[in-house]
Write a protein that binds this ligand. Structure first.
Ligand code: FMN
Length: 314
């Protein structure tokens, strides 16, 4: 998720689940080829399994970026065919590419023949008036023939003009059955469903129909819902961490990153949701959002936040 799933957030996620696959923000081919490559690609070893998500429409550039990512140690390369923002549409990539299956297939094919790591596609169930089951089916069929066998499908269509990206995550209705039907029709493909999941119990029941579930906003807004993911979804019976243990571990990481020159707010902004729904959550959020007083050093500030966290009843 743009502006959310940077390496600090992904580190935090890894403290909640050892097994869930983590995704970078969408990184455009232009940014990776011409921009600050180190900043875009940097990750902590703990983040594996880790997928890079690329945005672009030029097969050669995408393959070059996938190659760079593979060399850096990424485990999967994911192509974004779902983003409806104006900026992305102006660049002719993201969701609008759903209507150009030939080009998407060409991109997948070129990436696939360049790297050994899996190439996956994240898409929608349709765009604008092209929202029939047959349209989605044709897209999946063509792109899978080009070499993609894992699709992450956001179960609502994108409306390419008139809606903001935020509205495009809320207004077009969710249609989970359509994604289930794709899995029935293409049983050998890995189909991951996305859109609107906020509880592990929902995720578990989706796994009766599809191979995976991607969680976006809920992982950010209420991350502690994922604490039982390893036990319930990955058959890992390791002891569950408490919010306090997670916060303490994140503090150690934050201190190390501050030492490396990262701004404290770029770290603490990601843990604002940790106490979501708990007594005292508002005070905790406020203490993280407050400006850091001039006379307090960042590590002192972090200690103060930790002191102000809600206490579990003893
Ligand atoms: C702030 C924000 C940024 C997002 N950025 C991306 C992105 O970079 N790539 C992508 O594939 N989806 C992106 N999304 C969409 C989510 O991945 C997801 O498809 C969507 O929010 C629906 O899933 P959810 O209901 O679990 O959040 C973003 C969503 C949000 C809220």
């Amino acid at each position: 998720m743009m502006d959310h799933t940077d390496k600090h957030f992904r580190y935090f996620m890894r403290l909640l689940s050892k097994h869930a696959v983590l995704y970078t923000e969408m990184i455009t081919t232009g940014a990776l080829i011409h921009g600050d490559r180190k900043r875009f690609l940097d990750f902590n070893e703990i983040e594996h399994p880790l997928a890079i998500q690329l945005g672009g429409n030029n097969p050669v550039d995408l393959a070059e970026c996938a190659h760079i990512a593979e060399n850096e140690g990424y485990d999967e390369v994911n192509l974004n065919i779902g983003c409806p923002s104006d900026r992305v549409q102006n660049g002719q990539f993201g969701a609008c590419l759903m209507s150009n299956t030939e080009l998407v297939s060409e991109c997948v094919n070129k990436i696939q023949s360049t790297v050994k790591i899996p190439v996956t596609v994240k898409t929608r169930i349709g765009i604008d008036e092209q929202d029939s089951y047959e349209f989605l089916e044709k897209f999946i069929r063509s792109v899978s023939k080009a070499g993609c066998n894992t699709f992450i499908i956001h179960a609502r269509k994108a409306i390419l003009s008139g809606l903001s990206p935020k509205q495009n995550r809320e207004i077009p209705p969710l249609n989970y059955e359509r994604v289930h039907k794709i899995k029935q029709q293409f049983p050998t493909l890995n189909i991951t469903i996305n859109g609107g999941f906020t509880e592990l119990s929902q995720i578990k029941s989706q796994l009766e129909h599809v191979d995976g579930v991607m969680v976006g906003r809920a992982a950010y807004q209420n991350p502690f819902i994922l604490v039982e993911a390893d036990k319930l979804l990955y058959e890992d019976d390791s002891p569950l961490s408490s919010r306090e243990e997670i916060l303490d571990k994140f503090k150690d990481y934050a201190v190390e990153q501050i030492d490396r020159g990262f701004n404290i707010k770029s770290l603490t902004r990601h843990i604002i949701g940790l106490y979501q729904g708990q007594p005292g959550a508002r005070q905790y959020r406020r203490s993280l959002s407050d400006a850091i007083p001039n006379n307090v050093n960042p590590i002192q500030f972090l200690e103060q936040v930790i002191q102000s966290r809600p206490r579990s009843p003893s």
